[in-house]
Design a protein. Structure first.
Length: 279
Protein backbone atom coordinates (compact mmCIF):
# COMPACT_ATOMS: atom_id res chain seq x y z
CA UNK A 1 0.00 0.00 0.00
CA UNK A 2 1.40 3.40 -0.94
CA UNK A 3 1.70 6.09 1.72
CA UNK A 4 -0.91 8.34 0.08
CA UNK A 5 -3.51 5.56 0.41
CA UNK A 6 -2.59 4.89 4.02
CA UNK A 7 -2.83 8.59 4.84
CA UNK A 8 -6.18 8.86 3.11
CA UNK A 9 -7.58 5.93 5.04
CA UNK A 10 -6.18 6.98 8.39
CA UNK A 11 -6.01 10.73 8.24
CA UNK A 12 -2.72 10.97 10.13
CA UNK A 13 -0.11 8.21 10.34
CA UNK A 14 0.47 8.86 14.07
CA UNK A 15 -3.11 7.91 14.83
CA UNK A 16 -3.08 4.83 12.63
CA UNK A 17 0.17 2.96 13.16
CA UNK A 18 1.41 0.38 10.71
CA UNK A 19 1.36 -3.32 11.52
CA UNK A 20 4.26 -5.77 11.79
CA UNK A 21 3.55 -7.03 8.29
CA UNK A 22 3.56 -3.54 6.76
CA UNK A 23 7.18 -2.96 5.79
CA UNK A 24 8.62 0.06 4.01
CA UNK A 25 7.98 0.44 0.29
CA UNK A 26 11.28 1.86 -0.94
CA UNK A 27 11.64 5.08 1.10
CA UNK A 28 8.01 6.28 0.84
CA UNK A 29 6.65 5.26 4.25
CA UNK A 30 6.02 8.35 6.40
CA UNK A 31 6.42 7.57 10.07
CA UNK A 32 5.18 9.00 13.35
CA UNK A 33 6.14 12.53 14.39
CA UNK A 34 9.41 12.40 16.38
CA UNK A 35 9.78 16.17 16.83
CA UNK A 36 8.29 16.25 20.33
CA UNK A 37 10.71 14.84 22.91
CA UNK A 38 9.18 12.90 25.79
CA UNK A 39 9.61 14.22 29.31
CA UNK A 40 12.66 13.07 31.26
CA UNK A 41 10.46 11.15 33.70
CA UNK A 42 9.06 8.87 30.99
CA UNK A 43 11.78 8.40 28.41
CA UNK A 44 14.28 5.54 28.56
CA UNK A 45 18.01 6.21 28.91
CA UNK A 46 21.04 4.09 29.74
CA UNK A 47 21.70 0.38 29.42
CA UNK A 48 19.11 -2.38 29.78
CA UNK A 49 19.72 -6.15 29.62
CA UNK A 50 19.17 -7.91 26.32
CA UNK A 51 15.72 -9.47 26.46
CA UNK A 52 14.14 -6.56 28.34
CA UNK A 53 10.54 -5.70 27.46
CA UNK A 54 9.87 -2.04 26.64
CA UNK A 55 6.56 -0.22 25.99
CA UNK A 56 5.94 2.74 23.72
CA UNK A 57 4.54 5.99 25.16
CA UNK A 58 3.45 7.20 21.71
CA UNK A 59 3.19 5.86 18.18
CA UNK A 60 6.84 5.10 17.45
CA UNK A 61 8.85 4.51 14.30
CA UNK A 62 10.80 1.28 13.96
CA UNK A 63 13.76 2.27 11.78
CA UNK A 64 16.45 0.38 9.88
CA UNK A 65 19.20 2.16 11.85
CA UNK A 66 19.83 4.20 15.00
CA UNK A 67 18.85 7.72 13.92
CA UNK A 68 16.02 9.61 12.27
CA UNK A 69 17.93 9.58 8.99
CA UNK A 70 17.23 5.86 8.55
CA UNK A 71 14.21 4.42 6.75
CA UNK A 72 11.02 3.63 8.69
CA UNK A 73 10.09 -0.06 8.63
CA UNK A 74 6.74 0.40 10.35
CA UNK A 75 5.08 2.40 13.12
CA UNK A 76 4.63 0.73 16.49
CA UNK A 77 1.31 1.79 18.08
CA UNK A 78 1.00 3.54 21.44
CA UNK A 79 1.37 0.92 24.18
CA UNK A 80 3.08 -1.56 21.86
CA UNK A 81 5.70 -3.79 23.46
CA UNK A 82 9.15 -4.49 22.03
CA UNK A 83 12.06 -6.62 23.20
CA UNK A 84 15.68 -5.46 23.23
CA UNK A 85 18.11 -7.50 21.13
CA UNK A 86 21.85 -7.78 20.45
CA UNK A 87 23.15 -5.00 22.72
CA UNK A 88 22.50 -3.59 26.20
CA UNK A 89 23.45 0.00 25.30
CA UNK A 90 21.56 2.42 23.07
CA UNK A 91 23.20 4.02 20.06
CA UNK A 92 22.60 7.66 20.78
CA UNK A 93 19.04 7.50 22.04
CA UNK A 94 18.05 4.52 19.86
CA UNK A 95 17.58 0.95 21.11
CA UNK A 96 17.93 -2.17 18.99
CA UNK A 97 14.57 -3.92 19.41
CA UNK A 98 12.22 -6.53 17.96
CA UNK A 99 8.53 -5.91 17.43
CA UNK A 100 6.29 -8.81 16.35
CA UNK A 101 9.25 -10.59 14.79
CA UNK A 102 10.67 -7.55 12.96
CA UNK A 103 14.01 -6.09 14.06
CA UNK A 104 14.95 -2.44 14.00
CA UNK A 105 15.82 0.65 16.02
CA UNK A 106 13.48 2.78 18.10
CA UNK A 107 13.99 6.00 20.03
CA UNK A 108 14.23 5.73 23.80
CA UNK A 109 12.46 9.10 24.01
CA UNK A 110 9.20 7.19 23.54
CA UNK A 111 9.97 3.98 25.44
CA UNK A 112 9.66 2.89 29.06
CA UNK A 113 10.90 -0.27 30.75
CA UNK A 114 8.30 -2.95 31.48
CA UNK A 115 10.52 -5.80 32.66
CA UNK A 116 14.03 -7.22 32.46
CA UNK A 117 15.09 -10.87 32.33
CA UNK A 118 16.19 -12.43 35.63
CA UNK A 119 19.75 -11.57 36.60
CA UNK A 120 21.97 -14.64 36.79
CA UNK A 121 25.21 -15.05 38.68
CA UNK A 122 27.42 -15.80 35.73
CA UNK A 123 30.37 -16.90 37.85
CA UNK A 124 28.31 -19.55 39.63
CA UNK A 125 26.60 -20.62 36.42
CA UNK A 126 30.01 -20.96 34.76
CA UNK A 127 31.29 -23.05 37.67
CA UNK A 128 28.33 -25.43 37.36
CA UNK A 129 28.91 -25.69 33.62
CA UNK A 130 32.55 -26.65 34.28
CA UNK A 131 31.35 -29.23 36.79
CA UNK A 132 28.93 -30.68 34.24
CA UNK A 133 31.68 -30.91 31.65
CA UNK A 134 33.61 -33.41 33.78
CA UNK A 135 30.76 -35.81 34.58
CA UNK A 136 31.49 -39.34 33.37
CA UNK A 137 35.27 -39.16 33.55
CA UNK A 138 37.12 -41.43 35.93
CA UNK A 139 38.40 -40.94 39.44
CA UNK A 140 42.14 -40.31 39.24
CA UNK A 141 43.93 -39.99 42.55
CA UNK A 142 46.15 -36.91 42.81
CA UNK A 143 45.15 -35.51 39.40
CA UNK A 144 42.73 -33.13 37.71
CA UNK A 145 42.24 -33.25 33.95
CA UNK A 146 39.40 -33.91 31.51
CA UNK A 147 38.19 -32.91 28.06
CA UNK A 148 35.15 -30.65 28.53
CA UNK A 149 32.06 -32.22 26.98
CA UNK A 150 34.34 -34.56 25.07
CA UNK A 151 33.70 -37.79 26.97
CA UNK A 152 34.01 -41.02 24.99
CA UNK A 153 34.32 -44.65 25.97
CA UNK A 154 38.01 -44.54 25.14
CA UNK A 155 39.08 -41.34 26.92
CA UNK A 156 37.14 -41.55 30.20
CA UNK A 157 39.93 -43.35 32.03
CA UNK A 158 39.56 -46.34 34.34
CA UNK A 159 40.18 -46.55 38.10
CA UNK A 160 40.50 -49.88 39.88
CA UNK A 161 41.18 -50.80 43.49
CA UNK A 162 40.91 -48.77 46.68
CA UNK A 163 42.53 -45.33 46.68
CA UNK A 164 45.10 -44.20 47.54
CA UNK A 165 46.30 -47.74 46.71
CA UNK A 166 44.45 -47.75 43.41
CA UNK A 167 45.53 -47.92 39.80
CA UNK A 168 44.42 -45.76 36.91
CA UNK A 169 44.66 -46.14 33.15
CA UNK A 170 44.18 -43.32 30.70
CA UNK A 171 45.06 -39.64 30.87
CA UNK A 172 41.75 -38.13 31.97
CA UNK A 173 40.01 -37.97 35.33
CA UNK A 174 40.27 -36.27 38.70
CA UNK A 175 40.04 -36.87 42.39
CA UNK A 176 37.70 -34.76 44.51
CA UNK A 177 40.18 -31.95 45.19
CA UNK A 178 41.55 -31.85 41.65
CA UNK A 179 37.99 -31.66 40.37
CA UNK A 180 36.98 -28.87 42.78
CA UNK A 181 40.08 -26.88 41.90
CA UNK A 182 39.19 -26.97 38.21
CA UNK A 183 35.53 -26.14 38.82
CA UNK A 184 36.43 -23.18 41.04
CA UNK A 185 39.46 -22.22 38.94
CA UNK A 186 41.79 -21.98 41.93
CA UNK A 187 44.40 -20.70 41.74
CA UNK A 188 43.50 -18.19 39.02
CA UNK A 189 45.87 -19.92 36.58
CA UNK A 190 43.99 -23.23 36.87
CA UNK A 191 41.59 -22.44 34.05
CA UNK A 192 42.24 -25.15 31.45
CA UNK A 193 40.51 -28.46 32.28
CA UNK A 194 42.69 -30.27 29.73
CA UNK A 195 45.90 -29.45 31.66
CA UNK A 196 46.59 -31.83 34.54
CA UNK A 197 46.68 -29.84 37.79
CA UNK A 198 46.12 -30.71 41.45
CA UNK A 199 47.15 -27.69 43.57
CA UNK A 200 45.04 -28.39 46.68
CA UNK A 201 43.82 -31.26 48.83
CA UNK A 202 40.88 -31.41 51.23
CA UNK A 203 43.16 -30.34 54.09
CA UNK A 204 43.54 -27.02 52.24
CA UNK A 205 39.86 -26.64 51.40
CA UNK A 206 38.89 -27.45 54.99
CA UNK A 207 40.25 -24.15 56.34
CA UNK A 208 39.45 -20.58 55.30
CA UNK A 209 41.83 -18.78 52.96
CA UNK A 210 41.91 -15.76 50.68
CA UNK A 211 40.22 -17.91 48.01
CA UNK A 212 37.37 -19.49 49.96
CA UNK A 213 35.57 -18.99 53.27
CA UNK A 214 33.16 -20.90 55.49
CA UNK A 215 29.43 -20.51 54.85
CA UNK A 216 26.49 -21.97 56.77
CA UNK A 217 25.04 -25.15 55.35
CA UNK A 218 21.63 -23.50 55.70
CA UNK A 219 22.76 -20.75 53.32
CA UNK A 220 24.37 -22.80 50.55
CA UNK A 221 23.97 -21.40 47.06
CA UNK A 222 24.56 -23.10 43.70
CA UNK A 223 28.32 -23.38 43.18
CA UNK A 224 29.29 -23.52 46.87
CA UNK A 225 31.03 -26.64 48.18
CA UNK A 226 30.85 -29.07 51.08
CA UNK A 227 34.12 -30.36 52.55
CA UNK A 228 35.59 -32.27 55.45
CA UNK A 229 39.01 -33.51 56.48
CA UNK A 230 39.38 -35.65 59.58
CA UNK A 231 41.98 -38.15 60.72
CA UNK A 232 43.78 -38.08 57.39
CA UNK A 233 40.63 -38.63 55.33
CA UNK A 234 38.54 -36.09 53.50
CA UNK A 235 36.22 -35.26 50.64
CA UNK A 236 34.88 -32.20 48.78
CA UNK A 237 31.87 -31.84 46.50
CA UNK A 238 30.26 -28.98 44.56
CA UNK A 239 26.76 -28.22 45.84
CA UNK A 240 23.98 -27.50 43.35
CA UNK A 241 20.61 -27.61 45.11
CA UNK A 242 18.53 -29.34 47.75
CA UNK A 243 18.71 -29.44 51.54
CA UNK A 244 22.11 -28.32 52.79
CA UNK A 245 21.63 -30.51 55.87
CA UNK A 246 20.08 -33.46 54.06
CA UNK A 247 19.65 -34.69 50.51
CA UNK A 248 21.53 -32.51 48.04
CA UNK A 249 22.27 -32.52 44.35
CA UNK A 250 26.04 -32.44 44.01
CA UNK A 251 28.84 -32.72 41.48
CA UNK A 252 31.81 -34.69 42.76
CA UNK A 253 34.66 -37.03 41.98
CA UNK A 254 33.09 -39.51 44.37
CA UNK A 255 35.58 -42.35 44.36
CA UNK A 256 37.26 -45.04 42.32
CA UNK A 257 34.08 -47.06 41.80
CA UNK A 258 31.98 -44.01 40.87
CA UNK A 259 34.15 -41.58 38.94
CA UNK A 260 32.91 -38.01 38.47
CA UNK A 261 29.17 -37.93 39.02
CA UNK A 262 26.14 -35.69 39.36
CA UNK A 263 23.99 -37.25 42.05
CA UNK A 264 21.37 -36.76 44.76
CA UNK A 265 22.88 -37.85 48.06
CA UNK A 266 22.71 -37.38 51.80
CA UNK A 267 25.55 -35.29 53.22
CA UNK A 268 27.01 -36.31 56.59
CA UNK A 269 27.33 -33.99 59.59
CA UNK A 270 31.15 -33.92 59.26
CA UNK A 271 30.94 -31.67 56.19
CA UNK A 272 30.88 -27.89 56.36
CA UNK A 273 30.05 -25.35 53.66
CA UNK A 274 32.60 -23.17 51.89
CA UNK A 275 32.17 -20.36 49.39
CA UNK A 276 34.51 -19.32 46.59
CA UNK A 277 35.80 -15.77 47.04
CA UNK A 278 34.24 -13.35 44.59
CA UNK A 279 31.22 -15.57 43.84
Amino acid sequence: MKTSLVAAACGVMVACAGTATQTATDDLLVGANEDTIATSTSRLTGTVPVGSVLKTTAALNLRTGPSTSYQVRLVIPLGGQVTTINTTSPSGSFYNVRYNGIDGWASGNYLTLVSSPPVTNTKRDAAIERAKSGVGFSYWWGHGRWIPNGLTSTNAGVCTGDCPNCTHSGSSGADCSGYAGKVWQVPSTNTDPTVDSHPYSTINFNVDSSQWTTVSRSSLVKGDALVYNQNGAGHIMIWESGDGWGSSWTYEARGCAYGIVHNLRDVGAQFHGIKRAGY
